[in-house]
Design a protein. Structure first.
Length: 77
């Protein structure tokens, strides 16, 4: 059960924000208030920023695998 005043205030804030969420969730790109080129640029930049960590992790894994294979090839010779 909710016991302290801070817990009650946190619960109250959560309830208020939950009821107000549909108004808050719409961004300028989602509501159609922006022109098409701006929306397209926003989507491209979001996709690019999503792929950067994947590209970085993939390249690090690739270089580790390549180093291990080179080490195994040198041991066999």
């Amino acid at each position: 059960m909710v016991s302290s005043i801070s817990d009650r205030l946190l619960l109250l804030a959560f309830c208020v924000l939950t009821l107000k969420a549909p108004d808050v969730l719409a961004c300028a790109s989602c509501t159609g208030a922006t022109p098409e080129p701006v929306r397209q640029a926003y989507n491209y930049s979001t996709a690019w920023l999503s792929f950067i960590p994947l590209i970085f992790m993939g390249s690090v894994i690739y270089f580790f695998i390549r180093a291990v294979k080179r080490g195994n090839a040198e041991e066999q010779q």
